[in-house]
Design a protein around this ligand. Structure first.
Ligand code: AMP
Length: 416
């Protein structure tokens, strides 16, 4: 047997219903908030992520699936969707094509990480992005959408954390203060942190190494170093969240793992998820569009892990499958008529099945039971001769004969 690739998973019948439910709720909610769907390829040029996600990030340095294709081009499986969304926004001048550029997409992402519960090498995200809008109210709207998704799925005990990481004007001062505060402690931090101190000191806050935590907890907070415009913006975001009654908490450590974030960052944490507790995360990225060769437009968005949303779903939240009919054929004459009726039911919009291998009545009824059919339509020689079909309610066992022309409507009434 050839097994699946490590870190990937099949979404099997029985599980897939939860996915469909999450996708349906997400799609409906995005539509309600005015976000339109976009679908971008899963392969992109490697340089999109080197420039977009950032050449010093763990994602690009350690986790990307990159290969040289037959034409000699360096191609990556997308590790995240934001750079692709920005590329599409610029490439198709969406700013001219759409009245407001508020986009969402859903699909697989690929990162060569160490797999564990809630962390996979192929996983799936819902991505939401807004371009060219600067008011703090849009930050609050995006956060509201994220929060409403979690609430709409009935995921209880989730927490919204927010922070502001400042902008190109104020972040250097914060980084300076950070390195100064680290001072003699720096050599005592882990190897990754030593590297981060050189490449992107903010990322030290992401460190999960136990021994480093007391040192990191003493480091300064980005919100204390914001320039006036960034401070005003962040105050605006918090005020709007309060006005909408959305509960938040500041997490000074929420700097997020990517290079492009500016100002607002946020995450929703789930209590039931264990170590991989971030259900979704996002933030503002005001310089990214320009960095990727586009006009000077701001951006903000988030990515939610669909695996984690599915894991956090309360039991029994997916809708029951629609009631279906099962057609039972007796004898050769019955079979031809039963096949005709089967298609008639389906064409009329009713879920219907039949045992297509010729089997006895008992075996067919057993199959109907296993499929949890609500009704059985029994078509046999005697019934045919009378121009009737027997309709059986599988829950009560009640049976009655129905004239053939009215069978579809009688079935519809029982399945409703
Ligand atoms: P990120 O793109 O790293 O900001 O992640 C956004 C969200 O995607 C996270 O909050 C997770 O829900 C999900 N996610 C990220 N990486 C993985 C992974 N390897 N496996 C499953 N979900 C992931």
């Amino acid at each position: 047997m050839i097994s699946s690739v490590k870190g990937t998973h099949d979404i099997l019948p029985g599980e897939v219903e939860k996915w469909q439910y999450v996708e349906r709720v997400a799609r409906e909610l995005c539509g309600r908030y005015g976000y339109v769907e976009i679908r971008t390829p899963v392969i992109e040029r490697e340089e999109l992520f080197v420039k977009g996600t950032g050449g010093t990030t763990d994602i690009v340095q350690k986790e990307m699936y990159t290969f040289t294709d037959k034409g000699g081009e360096r191609i990556s499986l997308r590790p995240e969707a934001t750079p692709s969304m920005v590329r599409a926004y610029v490439e198709h001048a969406l700013e001219q094509a759409l009245p407001v550029v508020k986009l969402f997409t859903m699909g697989p992402m690929f990162r060569h990480e160490r797999p564990q519960k809630g962390r996979y090498r192929q996983f799936h995200q819902l991505n939401v992005e807004v371009f060219g809008q600067n008011d703090p109210a849009i930050d609050a709207e995006v956060i509201d959408l994220a929060w409403s998704l979690v609430a709409g799925l009935g995921i209880a005990r989730a927490e919204l954390v927010i922070n502001s990481v400042g902008c190109a004007a104020c972040r250097p001062k914060f980084q300076e203060a950070l390195l100064a505060a680290l001072g003699d402690d720096l050599p005592r931090l882990c190897q990754d942190c030593q590297r981060r101190a050189k490449t992107n000191p903010l990322r030290i806050y992401d460190c999960k190494v136990e021994a480093d935590q007391p040192i990191i907890d003493r480091l300064p907070h980005s919100v204390d170093y914001l320039c006036e415009p960034c401070a005003t913006h962040f105050a605006g975001v918090k005020a709007q969240l309060d006005a909408w009654g959305i509960p938040w908490r500041i997490s000074h450590r929420l700097v997020r793992g990517l290079d492009y974030y500016t100002r607002t960052t946020f995450e929703v944490l789930g209590e039931t998820l264990g170590a991989q507790n971030a259900i979704l995360g996002g933030g503002r990225y005001d310089g990214l569009v320009k960095d990727l060769g586009g006009p000077d437009r701001t951006g903000i968005g988030f990515a939610a892990g669909l695996e984690r949303l599915v894991l956090a779903l309360p039991d029994g939240s997916t809708a029951a499958a629609p009631a279906r009919a099962f057609v039972v054929a007796i004898g050769d004459d019955g079979r031809a008529e039963a096949l005709r009726l089967l298609r008639e039911l389906r064409q009329a919009g009713l879920p219907a099945q039949m045992e297509l291998e010729a089997r006895g009545m008992k075996a067919q009824m057993k199959r109907a039971d296993r499929l949890q059919a609500r009704i059985a339509l029994i078509v046999g020689g005697d019934e045919l001769a009378r121009g009737e079909v027997t309709l059986r309610d599988m829950r009560t066992g009640d049976q009655r004969a129905v004239p053939r022309p009215g069978v579809v409507e009688a079935a519809r009434a029982l399945l409703a």
